[in-house]
Design a protein around this ligand. Structure first.
Ligand SMILES: [Zn+2]
Length: 402
C-alpha cells in the first residue's frame, strides 16, 4: 500500500538566510500579483482565460529577462506560486458553478504571503549532511533541517513546501512510502461524535471533550487590538497570538493522533456518522429584517462544536484505515440517538445523559447507545457478517442501574 507521509521539520537558518528568504518571498509575491493582473487584463480586454501552462510560458520569458530577480530563484518555486494562483481560480469557478458566494482571487500584500510551494520536486533536493539534512534549491540560502524521525530519502519525494510561522521557517516534505497493513482484526466499532464527550465508542471507551483556553486567547486578542496599527508592539503581540494558536493546534492534533491510532489498531471495521459540520455550525444571526433568536448561545455552541475537531478526527481515521487495510464506513446519523440499540424502538431521550427505552427497559449512556446504532448501520453497510460486534447494547454497569 503506497501512502503519503508528511514530515514537518524546522529549518535552521543563519541571520543572512532569514533575510534572503524574506526577499525571495517578496519576489514570489510580486510574481503572484503580476500573474493575477495578467489573467484579469486578458479576460477584460480579450475575453481570454489564461491557463497554468500559458502562465508557465510567460514565466520563462520573465526568467530569461531576469525580471525582479526571478531568474536567480529555482523555477519550481515560481511555478509553485503560479500553481497556487491557478488553484485560487479553480476554487473561484467551482464556487460560481455551485451558486455560492464566489470571491474573486485578490491581490495579496506581502504580509499575507507566507508559503513557498516547490512544484515538481525531485529526490536530489534533499540530502544527508553531517547528521542533519539539507534542502538544496537554486537561489535559496542553506536550508538545514533537523528531523526527529529519519527521512525516507529513497522513497519518491512528492511535495516540498516552506512556510514561515511567526519568526520561524518550517518545511513540509511529503514522501510516498510503503505501508505494511496491520494484523487483521475482526473487531468492529461504532463511534459517536459529540460535544460533551468528543468521541464515544460502542465498547464504551470515551475521548474527553477538548478543552480550549478561550480566556487566554481573548486576552491575547484584546492586547492585539489595543496596539496601534503598524507599531512594533502590535507586531510582537500578533506574533504571541500566532504562537499560542500554533501550540494549541499542535497539542490538539497530537491528541487526535493518539486517539485515532489506538482505534485503528484495535478494530478491523470502523463506522462513524457522516457529519455535515458546515450545516451544523451555520450562524443563527439571520438578516437585518429578520434577526435570529439565541444568536449568542448558538455562536457559543458553534465554537464548541468546531473546537472538537470532528473533521480532523474523521480524516485521520479515514486515511489510517486505508493505510492499515481496515474498513471505514460513514453512515447516515439520522435517528441514531433516538433509536434503542437493543430492540429498535424509537424513543425521545430529550437532553438526558441516560438513554431509557420504554419498550425493552434498556438503560444506557445515550452516546454509547448512539455509537451502537452507528456500529449496526456500519456493519450492514459493509455488507459482511464476519465482524465480531462486541457489546452492541449497554455495557454492564449501565444495565445494572435499571
Ligand atoms: Zn429497547
Amino acid at each position: 500500500m503506497e501512502a503519503h507521509a508528511a514530515y514537518v521539520v524546522r529549518l535552521k537558518l543563519r541571520p543572512a538566510g532569514y533575510r534572503r528568504m524574506e526577499s525571495i518571498l517578496g519576489c514570489l509575491n510580486w510574481l503572484y500579483n503580476q500573474a493575477l493582473e495578467c489573467r484579469k487584463t486578458a479576460y477584460e480586454q480579450r475575453k481570454e482565460s489564461l491557463s497554468f501552462y500559458d502562465q508557465c510560458k510567460w514565466l520563462t520569458q520573465l526568467r530569461t529577462a531576469n525580471e525582479h530577480d526571478l531568474g536567480e530563484i529555482a523555477i519550481g518555486a515560481s511555478r509553485g506560486m503560479l500553481k497556487r494562483l491557478d488553484l485560487a481560480f479553480q476554487a473561484f469557478f467551482r464556487r460560481v458553478r455551485a451558486g455560492q458566494a464566489p470571491g474573486f482571487p485578490r491581490f495579496r500584500p506581502l504580509s499575507r504571503c507566507r508559503t513557498i510551494d516547490v512544484a515538481d520536486p525531485h529526490n536530489g533536493m534533499v540530502s544527508r549532511h553531517n547528521g542533519d539534512y539539507l534542502i538544496r534549491l537554486k537561489g535559496f540560502p542553506r536550508l538545514r533541517v533537523r528531523s526527529a524521525r529519519p527521512l525516507p530519502l529513497d522513497a519518491p519525494l512528492k511535495s516540498v513546501r516552506l512556510t514561515q510561522r511567526g519568526c520561524r521557517w518550517e518545511a513540509s516534505l511529503v514522501y510516498a512510502v510503503d505501508k505494511q497493513p496491520l494484523a487483521p482484526s475482526v473487531a468492529a466499532v461504532g463511534i459517536d461524535m459529540g460535544v460533551r464527550k468528543r468521541m464515544t465508542c460502542s465498547d464504551g471507551t470515551v475521548l474527553a471533550r477538548a478543552q480550549r483556553d478561550w480566556k487566554r486567547k481573548r486576552r491575547l486578542q484584546r492586547s492585539v487590538s489595543r496596539g496601534r496599527k503598524g507599531s512594533a508592539t502590535r507586531r510582537k503581540r500578533v506574533a504571541a497570538l500566532q504562537r499560542f494558536d500554533r501550540k494549541q493546534y499542535i497539542r490538539e492534533r497530537n491528541a487526535c493522533h493518539r486517539a485515532t491510532t489506538g482505534i485503528i489498531r484495535r478494530h478491523g471495521l470502523i463506522a462513524v456518522e457522516a457529519l455535515k459540520v458546515t450545516n451544523m455550525t451555520r450562524s443563527a444571526k439571520g438578516t437585518a429584517d429578520k434577526p435570529g433568536s439565541n444568536v449568542k448561545a448558538k455562536a457559543g455552541l458553534n465554537r464548541e462544536v468546531l473546537a472538537q475537531n470532528w473533521s480532523l478526527l474523521q480524516s485521520q481515521l479515514r486515511y489510517k484505515a486505508a493505510w492499515g487495510g481496515r474498513e471505514y464506513v460513514e453512515v447516515d446519523p439520522k435517528h441514531t440517538s433516538q433509536d434503542c440499540s437493543r430492540c429498535g424502538t424509537r424513543n425521545h431521550p430529550g437532553h438526558s445523559e441516560t438513554y431509557r427505552c420504554g419498550a425493552c427497559g434498556l438503560v444506557a449512556d445515550r452516546d454509547v447507545n448512539a455509537a451502537a446504532n452507528i456500529l449496526a448501520a456500519g456493519v450492514l453497510a459493509a455488507g459482511a457478517s464476519t465482524w465480531a460486534v462486541r457489546p452492541c447494547v449497554a455495557p454492564e454497569p449501565y444495565a445494572r442501574v435499571a
